[in-house]
Design a binder for this molecule. Structure first.
Ligand code: AMP
Ligand code: MG
Length: 495
């Protein structure tokens, strides 16, 4: 995003636009009369090597509102298909997003710069191509929080209030998010490639993705099979990270699953408070397809859709290709399990592997479920039990008769570990966050920002979420779950 060649060595380098002409339509943004820059992510801009001075000015506002297309951008809307709640839509595409182009940061990493909510594209299908401000700020907050938790994700560079209303069930203030991603290519992009009915085109897309995301696959014996295995590995790891913090994506359609292994599309997502594996927040997920505990199953389901698109590439003999891909699909579950167990082991302070660990972890989860205990706080306060402050943990449970013997087992198991208690406490506190985007606080700060035009509570909350592992005096209210609501908490896609 070169705004000033003298002060920035940044430049657009639009590989997608130049290599994959069958996978997009040129597009543009609407212009706005009175946009306002609500948030600008300085530290991300710095990481990306952008010109901070230029961007935090009228010039930045003009770009992040879509009023000015920066030099070197080649704005386009990407085409993709997707299985939405299991049903196939052959043509979705960016209906409310505009890829400005790609930039390369100082470490040589490539990033997409995308505006979300800047007006209709050729893929809008009757939609207005806009976003309400609430969902824009929600994505900003939660994606940045995920990043700070160490979870691969798209990032948020800027949030703009458009100064115009969008019309959903009611009139709502509009917003535009500037999103940064290592790419926006999805499982649905491959499904679109298959629908084009030309093996050359799906091969071109796959070669492009290998080059961009998994260059090591290019040297392997069967690059397309290795590519698939790499995507499976990245996604299995990602979902295990989600599970380890109680994150529920809410709309794991194949068009919302990236090839890169980053979390994308923060529509109805939310973090679970009390541990209940069947938790669903999204108002449209009536059958619980994307419930917390079902996310690992959907991982395999979605990647099987990706595998189907790769059959023509993996082997000339199609039966052989299916055989090879089937083996890779069968490996997803054990790979996921391995990552998940590693996550959970570290959450309870274990670094040595013992065959009894799985049972120990499952037993704790069962007790938490039975007791409706808070997922985040139980893990955070386990370390308190090592500092003789057991009461802080125990008070998260209505009845501690199952927990007490579990704690004895756990402490016995910890004796196998080489770390001292002090070190264990320290390690566990870098794995188990104390501050997550609690639903009631998210709602509160978004309401204040969108209805009262006051962004300060949002900004304060964001600051807390930027250091999710550091317990800070005075921030206690951010750490606790809200009162149990009369009706279950519900989230909306916000389209
Ligand atoms: P999502 O559920 O947000 O992943 O979006 C699913 C599809 O609907 C994508 O193709 C979006 O581009 C499209 N879409 C969502 N909201 C809008 C909108 N306001 N206008 C046009 N297309 C939209
Ligand atoms: Mg989407």
């Amino acid at each position: 995003m070169t705004l000033n060649k003298e002060t920035s060595d940044f430049y657009f380098d639009n590989s997608f636009a130049h290599h994959l002409e069958d996978f997009f339509a040129p597009s543009r943004s609407d212009s706005l009369l009175e946009p306002k820059l609500l948030k600008f992510n300085y530290s991300l801009a710095k990481e990306l090597g952008l010109d901070l001075k230029a961007l935090d000015s009228e010039e930045g506002l003009a770009i992040f509102s879509g009023n000015k297309i920066p030099k070197g951008a080649e704005p386009l809307a990407q085409a993709y298909s997707g299985h939405q709640f299991g049903g196939f839509s052959p043509l979705l595409g960016d209906g409310r997003a505009l890829l400005l182009g790609e930039i390369i940061d100082k470490q040589g990493r490539r990033h997409d710069v995308q505006l979300k909510g800047s007006g209709p594209s050729p893929f809008s299908r009757g939609g207005d191509g806009k976003s309400a401000l609430g969902p824009v700020l929600r994505e900003y907050l939660i994606s940045e929080s995920m990043h700070m938790l160490g979870i691969p994700t798209t990032r948020s560079l800027a949030a703009v209030a458009t100064g115009e209303n969008v019309y959903r069930e009611t009139a709502l203030p509009g917003g535009i998010l500037t999103r940064i991603a290592s790419s926006h290519i999805r499982v649905g992009t491959f499904q679109f490639g298959t629908a084009l009915g030309d093996i050359g085109k799906i091969r071109r897309l796959t070669d492009y993705c290998i080059n961009r995301h998994y260059p090591r696959a290019a040297d392997s014996e069967n690059r397309y099979l290795t590519f698939f295995e790499e995507v499976c590995n990245a996604q299995a790891k990602l979902i295990s990270r989600w599970m380890s913090v109680g994150f529920i994506h809410g709309v794991m359609n194949t068009d919302n699953m990236t090839i890169s292994g980053e979390t994308i599309d923060y529509g109805p997502c939310a973090f679970m408070d009390m541990y209940a594996p069947d938790t669903v927040f999204s108002s449209i997920d009536e059958k619980g397809r994307y419930a917390y505990a079902n996310q690992p199953n959907i991982l395999t389901w979605n990647l099987t859709r990706l595998a189907e698109t790769l059959v023509p590439l993996v082997d000339l003999n199609q039966d052989r290709a299916v055989e090879l891909l089937t083996v890779a699909i069968q490996n997803i579950e054990p790979i996921y399990q391995k990552y998940w167990l590693a996550e959970m082991r570290s959450k309870i302070g274990l670094s040595i592997e013992d065959p009894s660990d799985l049972e120990l972890i499952k037993d704790l989860l069962s007790i938490m479920e039975k007791e409706g205990a808070d997922f985040t706080l139980v893990f955070r306060r386990l370390s308190k039990a090592l500092e003789d402050k057991d009461h802080l943990l125990l008070k998260l449970f209505k009845d501690t008769s199952d927990l007490n013997p579990w704690l004895l087992r756990w402490k016995g198991r910890l004796e196998q570990e080489e770390n001292t208690k002090e070190v264990l406490v320290e390690i566990m506190n870098t794995v188990n966050p104390i501050y997550i985007p609690r639903n009631h606080t998210v709602e509160e700060v978004l309401t204040t920002a969108t209805q009262q035009g006051d962004i300060k509570p949002f900004s304060d909350f964001l600051l807390v979420l930027e250091k999710p592992f550091d317990e800070i005096n005075g921030n206690e209210t951010y750490a606790i779950p809200g009162p149990v609501p009369d009706q279950p908490y519900q989230t909306f896609c916000g389209t």
